[in-house]
Structure formats: C-alpha cells, structure tokens
Ligand binder design. Structure first.
Ligand code: AMP
Length: 187
C-alpha cells in the first residue's frame, strides 16, 4: 500500500491552497478536506451549521471554534482517511492547531508537513477580486486578510516550532507550485 500522506495547508486567502490541495489530493488519492467548502455547502443547504456560520463567513470573520472542532473530529474518523488526508483552511488559529495536535495523537495519526504558500498581499487582493465568490468583495477581502494576519499567521510559528513547516513560493505558475510542493513532501 502507498505510504499515507497527511498534509495541512497554510497561507493567506487567495494563496492557492484550495487549488493545490485539490491537485495533491487527486495525485495521492486521498480526501481533500476544506472547512471553507464544508461551510459553504452547509450555508447553501441551510443546515443548522450553515445558519449559524453564515454571518461570520459573509463578514470574513472566523466561524467560532465550537462549530468547527467537532466537524473535524468526525471527519478524521471516516473510513476514507486511512491512506491520509489534506486539510485546507484548518487550523485557522492557534487554539485549532492545539486541538488538532491533541486529536491526532488520540487517533494515533501524525501530520507529515504543514505547507505554507507565500504570496504578497497585492497579488492576493488581485486574485481574490478576480475570483467572484460571495465573500470576495473588497471589504470582506480586507477583513479576511486582517483576520489572517491576526489569528492565522501565528499558526505558522506553531508548526515551525514542531519542525513540520515547509514554505513554498505561491506566486508562480500553478504547475510550478505543484511541483515545488511535490518535491518538498516527497523527502
Ligand atoms: P476558505 O474557503 O478557507 O477561505 O474559508 C472561507 C470562510 O469560511 C472563512 O473566511 C471563514 O469565515 C470560514 N472558515 C473556514 N475555515 C475555518 C476555520 N477553520 N475556522 C473558522 N472559520 C473558518
């Protein structure tokens, strides 16, 4: 059986996490778990999670941890994760990173790498404005970048301390980012 691959994608909104996570998930035949996607589907289907999450997502704020943590706990116990997984958009703050560390040790799993896609703000803003998602308007984008700097950027240091951090230049052609990521995760 192929070696299992467990990856966490870090990086600001618009860095290309979703695109790269989905490509790598396909290459390694493992699930791509995007909390943003899960929340957007819940909002679309007006589930109780969706109703609670909607205001936060629309404003570019993080959804409260209590709405996300149980969801991750359940997702990482589904049968399809036995060969690995890619987390995209989680953890989004240090409390979530601490929760995940504890959860993985309970489940006897290890994360292999935290992949940090680095892209300058000016490029991010242009990319997000061109994407056309409901939360990709100017004021929400500004808020999401602030929230990233305040709450999510410290997660980079968390994984650096655990020697799991791998940084890649996200401001390159899509295929070059993928091959950089592939070369770093295969070591
Ligand atoms: P994303 O698709 O990862 O950019 O996420 C879109 C939005 O979903 C974010 O702006 C947050 O409102 C919410 N969200 C996604 N993941 C999380 C998370 N791990 N914790 C809290 N909120 C999240």
């Amino acid at each position: 059986m192929a070696k299992s691959v467990k990856l966490i994608f870090l990086g600001p909104p618009g860095a290309g996490k979703g695109t790269q996570a989905s490509l790598l998930a396909e290459l390694h035949k493992i699930p791509h778990i995007s909390t943003g996607e899960i929340l957007r589907a819940a909002i679309k289907n007006k589930t109780s999670l969706g109703v609670k999450a909607q205001g936060f997502v629309d404003r570019g704020e993080l959804v409260p941890d209590n709405l996300i943590l149980d969801l991750i706990r359940e997702r990482l116990q589904q049968p399809d994760v036995s060969n690995g997984w890619i987390l995209d958009g989680f953890p989004r703050n240090v409390a979530q990173a601490e929760f995940l560390e504890k959860l993985l040790s309970e489940l006897d799993q290890d994360c292999d790498h935290a992949l940090n896609l680095e892209v300058d703000d000016s490029v991010l803003i242009q990319r997000l404005l061109g994407r056309g998602r409901k939360d990709d308007n100017k004021s929400t984008i500004t808020r999401r970048l602030d929230v990233y700097r305040e709450q999510t950027a410290p997660v980079i240091e968390f994984y650096k301390q655990r020697e799991l951090l791998v940084s890649v230049n996200g401001d390159q052609a899509l295929d070059d980012v993928t091959s950089d990521l592939q070369s770093k995760i295969s070591v």
